[in-house]
Design a protein around this ligand. Structure first.
Ligand SMILES: Cc1ncc(COP(=O)(O)O)c(C=O)c1O
Length: 370
C-alpha cells in the first residue's frame, strides 16, 4: 500500500463537478484577471477569517510583500521574523528594501519565541512577522503586547494556518494584516498560484488593493507605483468552492493527527507535535522529530511511504542570506529542530490503514538497532 506525502487528486475527485462548473462560469463570463469571482471569494474569505477585508493577490509571497509595503516598510528598516520558515517570509522583507532580523523559535511549538523578541528590537525595527508554522499559531498575546509597546506593526504569516485558532481567534485576524498562501498543497489550495491579505484596517485594505493593481483605484489613474499582483478569476472561483469544504478538511487533518499521536506518542526517540491548549492546530504539516532523519526517510521511501522536510536549512544558513553574516549556532533551537524534522504523509483523505502503516514502519525503524 503506497502512502504519498500528499494526494491532490484524491481531494479533486471529491469536488470535481463543482470545480468544473465554477471554471465554466468563469470562462462564460471571461472574468480572468481579478473581477467578480475574485471579489466574491474575497468576501467569503474575509467572513471566514472574521475580518472586514480580504484582498486576493497572486501568491502568498505577494501577500507578504504588499502588506509590508503598504505598512510603509522600506530601506533602512528592520523586520523581525523567524529562521524556521519558507524563504518567502524573508524575501518579502528583502524585496521592500528592509533587513530581516531573526529570533529563535520555541522548542515545543516551533514558532517565534516571544521571550527572545525584545532583545532583537532596535531603533530601526518597523514590523514583525510571526509565522504560524505547520498549522499552529504563534503565541500572539505576548507578541502583540511587545509590538504595541514598541509601536511596531505585526504581519501574521498565516500561509500554513487557514482556519487555525488561538484563544478562539482565527489565524490572520490578530495582527495589522494576515497573509495567506493558496499554493496547491496548502490546507486551502488553489489550482495554480494565489494568495490573500486579510485586515481590519480599511486604509491598509485600500492601499493593498491599489498596490496589487499598478497603484490604481480607477483605471489608468495611477496614484502609487504598484505592481501586477492580482489574483486570477479561475483561482477565485475554485477557492470559493474549496472554502466550503475547508472546515471539514481541517477536522479530517486533526483526526489524522490524533491517530498518529496515539500510535507514535509513546515511542522513545520520536517527538510528536505538541498542540498548545490555547490553540486549534490544523496540521498543514505533521512533523515528527527523530535523530537520524535521513535514514528514516530513505527507509520509508523504500517501503513506498513518502515524507518531506520542512525545512532542512534555517534561513540564516541559506546561501542567499549569507550577507546577513549569521553563522551556525546563531539560533540553536531553530537549527536543532530543522535537523530533526520529518514531515509524515498528511492530508484530509488519508485512510486510517495508511496512517497505521506509516506509524508501524516508523516504529519498526526506530526500534531496530543500528
Ligand atoms: C510560511 C510560508 N510563507 C510564505 C509562503 C509563500 O507562499 P506562495 O508560495 O503562495 O508564494 C509559503 C508557501 O509556500 C509558506 O509556507
Amino acid at each position: 500500500m503506497k502512502v504519498p506525502f500528499l494526494d491532490l487528486k484524491a481531494q479533486y475527485e471529491t469536488i470535481k463537478d463543482e470545480v468544473s462548473q465554477a471554471i465554466q462560469e468563469v470562462l462564460d463570463k471571461t472574468a480572468f484577471a481579478g473581477g467578480p469571482f475574485v471579489a466574491q471569494f474575497e468576501k467569503e474569505f474575509a467572513d471566514f477569517c472574521k475580518v472586514p477585508h480580504a484582498i486576493g493577490v497572486g501568491s502568498g509571497t505577494d501577500a507578504l510583500w504588499l502588506a509590508l509595503l503598504a505598512l510603509g516598510v522600506g530601506p533602512g528598516d528592520e523586520v523581525i521574523t523567524v529562521p524556521d520558515t519558507f524563504i518567502a517570509t524573508a524575501e518579502a522583507i528583502t524585496y521592500c528594501g528592509a533587513r530581516p532580523v531573526f529570533v529563535d523559535v520555541e522548542e515545543a511549538t516551533y514558532n517565534m519565541d516571544p521571550s527572545k523578541l525584545e532583545a532583537a528590537i532596535t531603533a530601526k525595527t518597523k514590523a514583525m512577522i510571526p509565522v504560524h508554522l505547520f498549522g499552529q499559531m504563534a503565541d500572539m498575546d505576548p507578541i502583540m503586547g511587545i509590538a504595541r509597546k514598541h509601536k511596531l506593526f505585526v504581519v501574521e504569516d498565516a500561509s500554513q494556518t487557514h482556519g487555525a485558532e488561538y484563544k478562539g481567534r482565527i489565524a490572520g485576524s490578530i495582527g495589522d494584516a494576515g497573509c495567506f498562501s493558496f499554493y496547491p498543497g496548502k490546507n486551502l489550495g488553489a489550482y495554480g498560484e494565489a494568495g490573500a491579505v486579510v485586515t481590519s484596517n480599511a486604509d491598509l485594505d485600500k492601499k493593498i488593493r491599489m498596490l496589487r493593481d499598478h497603484g490604481q483605484a480607477k483605471k489608468y489613474y495611477h496614484d502609487l507605483i504598484g505592481w501586477n499582483a492580482r489574483m486570477d478569476g479561475l483561482q477565485g472561483a475554485i477557492l470559493s468552492v474549496k472554502l466550503r469544504y475547508l472546515p471539514a478538511w481541517n477536522e479530517a487533518r486533526r483526526r489524522n493527527a490524533k491517530l498518529y499521536n496515539e500510535m507514535l506518542g509513546k515511542v522513545d526517540g520520536v517527538v510528536i507535535p505538541q498542540e498548545s491548549p490555547q490553540n486549534k492546530h490544523v496540521y498543514h504539516i505533521y512533523a515528527i522529530r527523530v535523530q537520524n532523519r535521513d535514514s528514516l526517510i530513505s527507509a520509508l521511501a523504500g517501503k513506498d511511504i513518502h515524507c518531506g522536510i520542512h525545512y532542512p536549512i534555517p534561513l540564516h544558513l541559506q546561501e542567499a542570506y549569507k550577507v546577513l553574516g549569521l553563522g551556525k549556532g546563531s539560533f540553536p533551537v531553530a537549527e536543532k529542530v530543522a535537523a530533526e524534522f520529518v514531515s509524515l504523509p498528511m492530508f484530509a483523505e488519508l485512510f486510517e490503514e495508511q496512517i497505521a502503516r506509516v506509524a508501524g514502519e516508523v516504529k519498526a525503524f526506530i526500534s531496530t538497532p543500528v
